[in-house]
Ligand binder design. Structure first.
Ligand SMILES: NC(=O)c1ccc[n+]([C@@H]2O[C@H](COP(=O)([O-])OP(=O)(O)OC[C@H]3O[C@@H](n4cnc5c(N)ncnc54)[C@H](OP(=O)(O)O)[C@@H]3O)[C@@H](O)[C@H]2O)c1
Length: 337
């Protein structure tokens, strides 16, 4: 193969925001697959808030990325050469890989993407990344009952937008919190949320109280911070707080204070549970089947914000923290043939 590879590598650990010197974009030789491995070309790279956590020194739910290593990411690619008996040239694979145009895979890190039928691969890939998080987080951890009020933050984002729609499918009142009027209109007018709050222009506590007249039964937390505090102030008896993410703290340079309304978890006999979607891997087919069915029935809609060019990844990942994207953020290198 005459082409060279292009690889994003972690050069230093960020302090606060991801700055230009944290990652480098290098030209390298394309690797050769060994026994049991295959070489694939990147089609799509998902950009996720967890990318920032993986850059830190301390382990998260996965080991920290060593300095100098390729940046880790969720990827979808086309196999170019295979030394694995179950994988053939032309197969589509997705899973945990690298921010690299060409990379080696094995069946421990990626799996064959099932035929997506009439759904374009890019949409199937996008929903497969965040749909299970919304599905298991809300249904397994949150355990919603019809008539309950579900509040979700980062509600116009990849995960939050699906959480609210699954809540509606289960007969709940869905209230979303998002950072622009356009996002608020999208989740109410297009996705069917009952109410939306722009946390950047509205007072969060009175707005939440107004839109949750019967209190909050489930708070699906994607952001932590003051929004978590506001939600805790309104929880009902036996409420569930689904701790999915804490994006307001990912770039923090100082210890993050705990929520002021923490005591309400005790007073309301609430349950606050963190979860990591990777733990649900064996049950992904269940989530993907349900999500596919709901999408086919028009009950779940999603949107993707696609940026072309792997060279854009370093700048684009930062948009997750400013909210400057509409829906699942990803890089397109090339659509599959
Ligand atoms: N536990 C798991 O297994 C798991 C799996 C996937 C994702 N997650 C977590 O789920 C959350 C959402 O991830 P996603 O991939 O779906 O991303 P996303 O919601 O598409 O993008 C992140 C959004 O967070 C909002 N945001 C950024 N900084 C914020 C702040 N300081 N305060 C409030 N909102 C802020 C922005 O929207 P606005 O314009 O509305 O501010 C931004 O668009 C993240 O915390 C992520 O780590 C967890």
């Amino acid at each position: 193969m005459s082409e060279t590879n292009r690889v994003w590598r972690l050069r230093r650990r960020p302090v606060g925001d991801i700055t230009d010197d944290v990652l480098s974009f290098d030209e390298e030789a394309i690797p050769e697959p060994g026994d049991g491995q295959f070489l694939f070309r990147l089609n799509y790279l998902s950009l996720d808030p967890t990318n920032r956590a993986w850059m830190n020194e301390g382990a998260t739910y996965l080991p920290a990325i060593p300095i100098g290593d390729p940046m880790r990411g969720l990827v979808c690619g086309t196999v170019m050469a295979s030394r694995h008996p179950e994988i053939a040239e032309g197969d589509l694979v997705s899973g945990i890989g690298q921010w690299a145009a060409y990379q080696l895979g094995d069946l421990a890190s990626v799996s064959k993407l099932p035929d997506t039928g009439p759904i374009p691969v890019i949409d199937a890939f996008g929903v497969s990344l965040v749909g299970p998080t919304a599905y298991f987080g809300l249904l397994d951890v949150g355990q919603p009952k019809a008539g309950e009020t579900v509040v979700v933050s980062a509600a116009a984002g990849a995960t939050g937008s699906i959480v609210g729609q699954i809540a509606k499918i289960h007969g709940c009142r869905a209230v979303g919190i998002a950072g622009t009027d356009e996002k608020c209109r999208w989740i109410t007018d297009e996705l069917g949320f009952d109410a939306a709050i722009n946390y950047k222009t509205e007072e969060i506590v009175p707005s939440l109280a107004r839109h949750c007249p019967d209190g909050i039964d489930i708070y699906f937390d994607n952001v932590g911070g003051q929004i978590l505090d506001a939600a805790l102030g309104l929880i009902n008896l036996n409420a569930r707080i689904v701790f999915c993410g804490c994006i307001s703290a990912y770039n923090a340079t100082e210890p993050v204070p705990g929520p002021y309304n923490y005591i309400n978890i005790l007073m309301k006999r609430a349950r606050l549970q963190g979860f990591i979607v990777l733990d649900y891997m064996p049950r992904y087919p269940e989530a993907l089947a349900a999500l596919g069915r709901w999408m086919g029935e028009g009950k779940i809609k999603h949107r993707l914000e696609v940026v072309d060019g792997l060279e854009q990844a370093g700048a684009t990942v930062r948009r997750l923290f400013t909210g400057d994207h509409k829906g699942k953020l990803m890089i397109r290198v090339a659509d599959p043939a």
